[in-house]
Design a protein around this ligand. Structure first.
Ligand code: GDP
Length: 467
C-alpha cells in the first residue's frame, strides 16, 4: 500500500522529468561531476557523446570520450552509467566527470538543459531514492546529516542511521502491530459473536516492547543533540581569574575545524573545541567582562546571565589565591538555584603551595589547574566530555538526532500508553483498534510510510543541490 502512496506522490512531484545538477562544489577543482537522473538520462547524454552508443552499454560501466554540442567539443569526459533500478535514485543515472573548470561545467549543464533536462531541486536525487523505495525517510535524512557531519561522533550517528539504524527496529515492531490491528479489525466484523482473534496477552507484550524501544530512543535524543549540534559551554569567572588563558590553553591543542553547525546563530563569539569527537562551543565571555553589575559582581558572574542561560554547561573558573570558600559557595548557590550544570575549576595552583586543597574542604569536585602552565587542563576536558555525554556514548547504540523523529516518538509514546491502559481496562475492540491505528500512524511518520507532500518538500529542501 505504501509504495502505491509513494508512487502517487512521485507523480505529483514531477517525477517524469529528468533532472541534473553539479554534484561537486562550485569553483575550480581537478574534476567536476555532473549527475543526471531520470528516464531520459542516458538518451540525453548519448546525443552529446558521439564516440559510442551509450544506450547499448551495460550498467555500471565507464566510457571515455568527447562531449560535443553539434560540432563544438565541450570537454573530454568520463561517463558512468547506472541503469535502473541499480542506482542511487532507482532511476537511470548518468554521472559525467569533466574537467573542473566552472566555465566548462556551466557550458555542459546548459547544453544538457537544452536537450530536455531540468536543474534538480535541493535533495531531489535523494527524494527520488526515497520515492522509489531505495531508502526510508530516516535513512534519507541521515544522508543529509552525513554530509553535514563535522566530527567523528556525528559521522558515526549518521552512518548508523543510513544503514537502517532505528528505522529497522521500528519497522519490525510496526509490522507486528499491523498484524494485531488486522486481527482486531476482524473482530469488529464479527462483533455479534463476541470472538477474540487477537491475543490480548501477546498484544500487551508487543506494546511493552514498543514502549521500551520508544523510551530508549527518546532518551537518546539529548545525546543525539549533543552529537549533532555540539555543547555550549560558558566560561564564567571574575576578571583575572584566567578565563582567556584557559581558553587559549584549551584551544591550542584542540581547536576544531568547523564549517557550519546546524542551528547556531553566531550572535556571540564562540570558539569551537573538539574533545573526542564532540564539539564544544566555548562562549567567549571575555568581551563582556568589563560591564559589571554590582549585585553579582561578587561572584564574577557579571553580565554573563544570558550567556549562562544559553549554555549547556557552565565552567566556573576562580583564582584559588583570591577566592574564599564563601565566595565559592555563593557561586554554587547561584548555579544550583538556576538549575545549571556546572563544573568548578580552581586556577593558578602554581602560585599557591598546597593550601588550596584545605581551603575548600566543604566543596567537593573542584578541579585544580594552572591554565598558564597547562597543568591538569586535560582534566577539564575529561570533565566536559563526561558531563556532556553522561557516560553512554558508544558507536553501536542507536541515537536519535532529529527533532522530527523526537516529536513523532513522543506522540507514539502517548498513544502506546493509551493502548496499554485500554487493554488493562478491557475496553471494547473498536476503541483499541482506533488507538492502534493512531500508534501506527506515528510509527509510519518516522519512517516515511505516512507523509504528505509538504513535509517531504520541507525535509528534502534542507539538502544541498546535487544530492
Ligand atoms: P581573565 O580576565 O579571566 O580572562 O584572565 P586572564 O586569562 O586575562 O588572566 C589574568 C592574569 O592571570 C594574566 O596575567 C594571566 O597571565 C594570569 N594567569 C592566568 N592563568 C594563570 C595560572 O594558571 N597561573 C598564574 N600564575 N597566572 C595565571
Amino acid at each position: 500500500l505504501f509504495s502505491l502512496e509513494r508512487l502517487l506522490m512521485a507523480k505529483l512531484m514531477g517525477w517524469e522529468d529528468t533532472i541534473l545538477a553539479l554534484a561537486t562544489p562550485p569553483g575550480i577543482g581537478a574534476i567536476g561531476v555532473i549527475r543526471l537522473s531520470g528516464k531520459n538520462a542516458i538518451t540525453i547524454v548519448n546525443e552529446l557523446f558521439p564516440s559510442k552508443n551509450l544506450l547499448q552499454q551495460a550498467t555500471h560501466t565507464l566510457h571515455v570520450g568527447f562531449l560535443k554540442s553539434n560540432i563544438e567539443v565541450l570537454d573530454e569526459v568520463v561517463v558512468a552509467l547506472y541503469k535502473n533500478p541499480k542506482s542511487y535514485t532507482g532511476e537511470d543515472v548518468v554521472e559525467i566527470s569533466c574537467h573542473g573548470s566552472p566555465f566548462i561545467q556551466e557550458k555542459i549543464l546548459q547544453t544538457i538543459i537544452q536537450n530536455g533536462c531540468r536543474i534538480a531541486k535541493p535533495g531531489e536525487f535523494t527524494q527520488r531514492a526515497f520515492l522509489n523505495g531505495k531508502l526510508d525517510l530516516t535513512q534519507a535524512e541521515a544522508v543529509a546529516d552525513l554530509i553535514a557531519s563535522n566530527t567523528e561522533a556525528s559521522r558515526n550517528a549518521a552512518l548508523q542511521n543510513i544503514r537502517g539504524g532505528f528505522s529497522n527496529i521500528l519497522s519490525v515492531l510496526r509490522e507486528e502491530l499491523i498484524k494485531f490491528s488486522a486481527l482486531i479489525e476482524l473482530e469488529l466484523d464479527f462483533s455479534e459473536e463476541d470472538v477474540a482473534f487477537a491475543d490480548r496477552k501477546q498484544l500487551n507484550e508487543l506494546i511493552q516492547k514498543l514502549q521500551g524501544t520508544t523510551a530508549i530512543l527518546l532518551q537518546s535524543f539529548s545525546l543525539g543533540n549533543v552529537i549533532k549540534n555540539g555543547v555550549q559551554v560558558a566560561i564564567i569567572g571574575k576578571p583575572n581569574a584566567g578565563k582567556s588563558t584557559l581558553l587559549n590553553t584549551l584551544l591550542n591543542e584542540n581547536r576544531a575545524i568547523v564549517s557550519e553547525i546546524a542551528g547556531t546563530t553566531r550572535d556571540t563569539i564562540e570558539e569551537v573545541l573538539n574533545i573526542d569527537g564532540i564539539l564544544f562551543r566555548l562562549i567567549d565571555t571575555a568581551g563582556i567582562r568589563n560591564q559589571t553589575d554590582d549585585v553579582i559582581e561578587s561572584i564574577g558572574v557579571q553580565r554573563s546571565y544570558d550567556t549562562m542561560a544559553k549554555a549547556d554547561i557552565v565552567l566556573y573558573l576562580f583564582d584559588v589565591n583570591t577566592t574564599s570558600s564563601e565566595d565559592l559557595m555563593t557561586a554554587i548557590n547561584e548555579f544550583e538555584s538556576k538549575q545549571l550544570k556546572y563544573i568548578l575549576v580552581g586556577n593558578k595552583v602554581d602560585e599557591e603551595d598546597n593550601l588550596f586543597h584545605k581551603k575548600y574542604l566543604n566543596v567537593s569536585d573542584i578541579l585544580f589547574i594552572s591554565a598558564k602552565e597547562n597543568r591538569a587542563v586535560n582534566k577539564v576536558k575529561q570533565h566536559l566530555f563526561a558531563e556532556a555525554v553522561q557516560g553512554n556514548i558508544n558507536q553501536e547504540a542507536t541515537i536519535i538526532t532529529n527533532a522530527r523523529h523526537y516529536e513523532a516518538l513522543q506522540k507514539l509514546a502517548v498513544s502506546l500508553l493509551e493502548i496499554e491502559q485500554g487493554l488493562s481496562n478491557n475496553i471494547a475492540s473498536d476503541l483499541i483498534a482506533l488507538d492502534i491505528r493512531q500508534a501506527l500512524h506515528f510509527l509510519g511518520e518516522i519512517t516515511g510510510e505516512i507523509t504528505n507532500e509538504d513535509q517531504l518538500d520541507y525535509i528534502f529542501s534542507k539538502f544541498c543541490i546535487g544530492k
